[in-house]
Structures are given as structure tokens and as C-alpha cells.
Design a protein around this ligand. Structure first.
Ligand SMILES: *[C@@H]1O[C@H](CO)[C@@H](O)[C@H](O)[C@H]1NC(C)=O
Ligand SMILES: *[C@@H]1O[C@H](CO)[C@@H](O)[C@H](O)[C@H]1NC(C)=O
Ligand SMILES: *[C@@H]1O[C@H](CO)[C@@H](O)[C@H](O)[C@H]1NC(C)=O
Ligand SMILES: *[C@@H]1O[C@H](CO)[C@@H](O)[C@H](O)[C@H]1NC(C)=O
Length: 357
């Protein structure tokens, strides 16, 4: 009996020690989290549309990519549960109640927030920022009405099931968020829940203004900012305000990157911008995607917004906010681009069919 009691005593103490060690790691490092809940430099998810070619899916299955998995992996989780990479990442906000903390900044933004009415005038941009004085993540995605208010916990909207969606999460050191905050001014995102505690206001005055609901004036109509992830991977943020009235892909990014681009975006009939080869670098619309499996679907059912260089030598991939549609010319929005070969390969090889000029 005594032996058993001592064993139990020992094991519960060990448990406390393990919990303590684990929690000092988990609570200090705000990071993108992978499918197992471990910190990662970046990840991408591609939520599959319900209507695939020759098949109707669940609308909640998705592909996952990060630097350690190497190529698209079908997730064993459903996007509408808090398991999986997005749920694990947002858990740091929801379960940790980081939204109540005065030592971290957060913002949930979406032109179409959950529950609330759509208000015109904000940038066409969706995402989450969460960081402290050490580090944090920037998750940008294409899902309307997502994510839910902090006190509600993780909820995935049923409206986000039908179409394909993408999300990019990158972990950055605190200093990089000063640059990201400057980009936010051009985007003019609709922050529907946010907090910029007192100790951050001096360094992040514009983020504090956005959080209060005011509209800081951007110094020009567009801005490019190079960002470096926590592991040193380069990401380039391109953002435009509503005053840059042009298609971001044709009028700016393709020419700035000096690369022909193939663009996957949400295009509604009668409002789409056709493939365009009138400027030195061309932009062409993708029409069909073939993910490994194979999973085939029409771009018509894909609400994601991304592009890749046509040429393998240019090796650039961007994920972002804007569609190639007429109404989008007058909207703020942006793209985050990377030259990572693994990301390029993952996106370039799924382009099954595009419209040339
Ligand atoms: C997730 O979505 C699937 C498919 O629509 C549904 O069967 C399941 O009940 C949902 N789960 C949750 C937790 O909402
Ligand atoms: C932050 O919150 C803690 C705990 O509630 C409090 O003790 C501290 O004074 C607060 N700091 C500031 C700068 O508000
Ligand atoms: C988030 O925003 C909603 C809508 O305005 C509000 O009801 C809720 O209390 C906010 N939550 C927090 C934590 O600020
Ligand atoms: C191609 O794109 C440029 C830049 O957006 C635009 O000025 C031009 O009118 C477009 N050409 C056609 C034929 O749509």
C-alpha cells in the first residue's frame, strides 16, 4: 500500500513538473501551430470546396503544408473543429484568454465579420494578429465571417464550407509587427475585435488608431514591405489602399516581381477581369485546380486568392485578399509573396488549366 501511495505521489509531482515545463514553453511563444499543436515558422492550408469534379465532398476537409511535411497533406481533421492547425493557432487567443491580457496585442479583422452587418469602405481583407513584446503570428485568410468573437471560442461558419479557401500563417518576431502595422494602414481592415494595451501604443500608434475605429491616412496609395519570419524566411507584403484604382495583380505585383502570374481568385460571371497581356508582364486566370489525390475542382467554386509565377525560374507564390474582379479595383487589399521553392512547387503543380491571352 505504502509503495503504491508513494508511486502515485511521485507521478503526480512529475506531472506537475511536466506541466510546468510544457506551460512555460507554451505560454511564452505565441506562434503559428501545426496540426499537432507544435510551433512552426509558417503553414498554409487549402480548404477544399464541396463541389469537386465528379464528387461532392464534406466542405470541411483541407490540405496542409509546412516546411517539415514538404508537400500537400490531406488533414485528418475537419476545418470546423478546433483540432488542426488553424484551431491550434487560434487556441492561443481563445483558450489562453490572451484577448484579456495587457501584455499582448490582438486584432481579428474581416470585411465581412461574424454576425455583424457588412459596412462598406473597409479594405477587402481578412485575418488575425496576435503577438507580445517577443513574437507572434499573422494569419491571413479568405474565409468570410471568420474567426468568431474571442469569448465564443473556435467556430467555423457554415457559409465557409461550400467554396475553397486558403490561409497563410507566419510567425514573426515583435519588431516585424511594426512593419506589418504600417501595412495595415493601407489595408484599412475592419477590426471587429482587438486590443492594443497601453505598453504598445507608443510603438504602434496606427494599430491603436485602427483598433479605436479611426482611419489613419496612408502616406501613399500602395506599399511593399519585406518581412522576415522567425526562422529567417522572407515574405514580401504588397498592400494597396482604395486610392490605387487598379487590379493589384496586373497593374502592380506582376510588374514589380517581373514575372508572368497565374492567378486563382473568386470570379463572378460578368464581373471578372479577363486574362491580361497588355503590360510587359502578363496575368492569366486559372480555371481548374488539381490537388494530389487527385482532387479536381473548378475555380468557380474556389474563394481563395493566390497566384504563382508561370515560369518555374521565377519561383514566386503569393496568397492574399483580392480577386481579379472589377469591383476590387476600388478596394484596399494585399498579397503576401514568397520565393520559398517548396511553397512554389506545391502551388505551381496544382494549376491544371488556365486561360492564356
Ligand atoms: C463539421 O461539418 C460537418 C460537415 O458539414 C458536419 O457533419 C459536422 O457535424 C460539423 N462539426 C462541427 C463540430 O460543427
Ligand atoms: C497588467 O495586468 C496586471 C494583472 O492584472 C496588472 O497587475 C498590471 O498592473 C497591468 N499592467 C498595466 C501596464 O496595465
Ligand atoms: C467582439 O465584438 C463583438 C461585436 O461587437 C462584441 O459583442 C464582443 O463583446 C467583442 N468581444 C471582445 C472580447 O471584445
Ligand atoms: C490590362 O491591365 C491594365 C492594368 O490593370 C489595364 O490598364 C488595361 O486596361 C488592361 N487591358 C485589358 C485589355 O483589359
Amino acid at each position: 500500500m505504502l509503495h503504491v501511495r508513494m508511486d502515485m505521489h511521485f507521478s503526480s509531482r512529475l506531472q506537475i513538473v511536466i506541466m510546468f515545463v510544457w506551460c512555460t514553453v507554451c505560454s511564452t511563444d505565441i506562434s503559428c501551430r501545426n496540426e499537432a499543436g507544435e510551433p512552426v515558422d509558417w503553414f498554409i492550408i487549402y480548404k477544399l470546396p464541396r463541389y469537386k469534379i465528379g464528387e461532392v465532398g464534406s466542405g470541411v476537409d483541407y490540405m496542409y503544408l509546412d516546411s517539415s511535411v514538404g508537400s500537400w497533406q490531406i488533414s485528418k481533421y475537419m476545418v470546423n473543429t478546433s483540432q488542426g492547425a488553424i484551431g491550434n493557432t487560434l487556441k492561443q487567443l481563445y483558450a489562453g484568454q490572451a484577448y484579456k491580457s495587457n501584455s499582448s496585442v490582438y486584432a481579428l479583422y474581416n470585411d465581412g465579420p461574424p454576425i455583424l452587418d457588412y459596412i462598406k469602405g473597409y479594405g477587402h481583407t481578412k485575418g488575425v494578429l496576435l503577438f507580445d513584446h517577443s513574437q507572434g503570428f499573422w494569419l491571413s485568410h479568405s474565409i468570410p465571417h471568420f474567426p468568431s468573437f474571442p469569448e465564443r471560442g473556435y467556430l467555423y461558419p457554415s457559409s465557409g464550407k461550400v467554396n475553397g479557401q486558403t490561409a497563410l500563417c507566419v510567425t514573426y518576431r515583435y519588431e516585424q509587427f511594426l512593419g506589418i502595422a504600417k501595412q495595415m494602414v493601407y489595408l484599412y481592415p475592419r477590426f471587429y475585435n482587438c486590443s492594443v494595451p497601453a505598453t504598445f501604443i507608443a510603438e504602434l500608434p496606427q494599430l491603436a488608431q485602427l483598433c479605436k475605429g479611426s482611419k489613419p491616412r496612408p502616406p501613399s496609395d500602395k506599399s511593399m514591405e519585406q518581412l522576415s519570419s522567425i526562422k529567417g524566411e522572407t515574405f514580401v507584403s504588397f498592400v494597396k489602399s482604395e486610392h490605387f484604382v487598379d487590379d493589384i495583380y496586373t497593374g502592380w505585383v506582376a510588374q514589380a516581381l517581373d514575372a508572368d502570374l497565374l492567378v486563382e481568385s473568386w470570379q463572378r460571371q460578368g464581373h471578372e477581369l479577363p486574362s491580361n497581356c497588355s503590360l510587359p508582364k502578363h496575368v492569366m486566370n486559372i480555371k481548374r485546380i488539381r490537388l494530389p489525390g487527385p482532387v479536381l475542382f473548378q475555380s468557380h467554386y474556389d474563394h481563395s486568392k493566390w497566384c504563382v509565377s508561370r515560369a518555374y525560374e521565377d519561383q514566386v507564390t503569393c496568397l492574399g485578399d483580392l480577386n481579379r474582379g472589377k469591383a476590387q479595383l476600388w478596394r484596399g487589399g494585399g498579397l503576401v509573396c514568397t520565393f520559398n521553392p517548396l511553397i512554389f512547387k506545391a502551388f505551381r503543380q496544382v494549376v491544371d488549366w488556365y486561360f492564356g491571352c
